[in-house]
Design a protein around this ligand. Structure first.
Ligand SMILES: Cc1cc2nc3c(=O)[nH]c(=O)nc-3n(C[C@H](O)[C@H](O)[C@H](O)COP(=O)(O)OP(=O)(O)OC[C@H]3O[C@@H](n4cnc5c(N)ncnc54)[C@H](O)[C@@H]3O)c2cc1C
Length: 311
């Protein structure tokens, strides 16, 4: 090992891949009845890594009485867990919609689902000057920071991106960044027709917005995904390796997160996220019934109906 790689290793252990960024709201823009874009600013964002795609972050919201309990720069989760409940700031998971480190700006698109959760409640009232802490990828980290699941194999013949409104920020960021010529289908289930957002995608990317309009979560997305699978032809069908058994995930107590470590194949590659009950049904359909190889699909429960995100 060279002295150079020794130093890199040393830095890698000292510098966290994710770190807290103290930011304030610069502006908000109501994109549609269900989405508000909050643009955060703060000098620290010059060190925010721009990794693109479905980059996830944690947003730490003020305590009910205001303020933030310090959780340090590294090992923040352990410190936060160790705090008494009344000092634990609410923390929720979100997606980077866009980041402009050179201007110290970060956009996050929040779904407004009412007053039941601290994040939605905060986003409904967000205004310039309001502060949060964002735990995000650190540009000083000498390697990939992680926190993304989009990983299609180079030879994929067809890409499928499907999700509900909580996955719209991730899916739209991925869809807009798609290069090459591979065919892609994007399915987005949103609360109403007014939630269809402008999307700038290259030719060959087919986008279908599905307006729930009072229907249950998944009622439109599940048949739409089935329809895409049924219509696959030619090389795209290569992901079918035969029905596999599936270990059950109890979505009332654990997070449904079934993402292949290494993706492979030259057929379909699918990325599916949203309400955990819907994603569970899609997982059963794709893996058990349609026989799609698990190394070709990422399944992610972004939230669970009737259950708060913890931590
Ligand atoms: C990797 C990842 C990325 C995500 N990115 C985004 C993003 O960019 N934008 C975004 O808006 N969300 C995103 N989410 C989802 C978000 O974290 C959850 O919706 C979260 O539960 C919201 O927190 P809350 O405090 O508003 O509600 P909670 O306190 O967590 O829940 C309170 C109640 O509201 C319900 N609830 C939660 N979310 C919704 C919803 N969307 N619609 C209806 N009911 C809901 C819960 O079932 C519960 O009953 C992401 C989640 C993950 C895991």
């Amino acid at each position: 090992m060279t002295a150079g790689s020794d130093q890199t290793l040393e830095r890698a252990t000292e510098v966290p891949a994710y770190r807290p960024f103290s930011v304030e709201v610069l502006r908000t823009r109501r994109l549609s009845p269900s989405f508000v874009r909050v643009t955060f600013g703060g000098e620290e964002l010059s060190d925010f890594a721009d990794e693109g795609f479905d980059q996830r972050i944690k947003v730490v919201f003020p305590l009910p009485g205001g303020g933030f309990t310090p959780i340090g720069d590294d090992d923040w989760y352990r410190r936060w867990r160790a705090l008494p409940a009344e000092l634990q700031n609410p923390i929720r998971t979100y997606t980077v919609r866009a980041v402009r480190p050179e201007r110290c700006e970060l956009d996050v698109d929040f779904v407004l689902h009412g007053e039941t959760g601290p994040a939605s409640r905060w986003a409904t009232r967000a205004a310039p000057g309001h502060r949060v802490v964002v735990i995000g990828p650190n540009a000083a980290y000498p390697g990939p920071t992680g926190g993304q699941e989009w990983a299609p194999p180079a030879g994929a013949a067809h890409l499928l991106l499907a999700g509900d409104e909580t996955a719209v920020p991730a899916i739209t960021a991925i869809a807009e960044a798609l290069s090459g010529e591979v065919r892609a289908t994007v399915l987005l289930e949103v609360p109403g027709p007014g939630d269809v957002l402008p999307l700038d995608v290259r030719p060959g990317v087919e986008v279908l917005w599905l307006s729930r309009d009072g229907a249950r979560h998944g009622d439109l997305l599940i048949p739409a995904v089935r329809g895409v699978l049924a219509g696959l032809t030619g090389p795209a069908t290569a992901a079918r390796t035969g029905a596999a058994t599936l270990e059950d995930v109890d979505i009332e107590v654990e997070t449904l997160w079934d993402v292949p470590e290494v993706t492979g194949g030259d057929g379909l590659y699918a990325w599916l996220a949203g309400e955990a009950g819907t994603v569970k049904l899609l997982r059963r359909h794709l893996v058990q019934e349609a026989g799609i190889d698990r190394s070709s699909v990422a399944f992610m429960g972004y939230w669970r109906l009737g259950r708060s995100e913890i931590g």
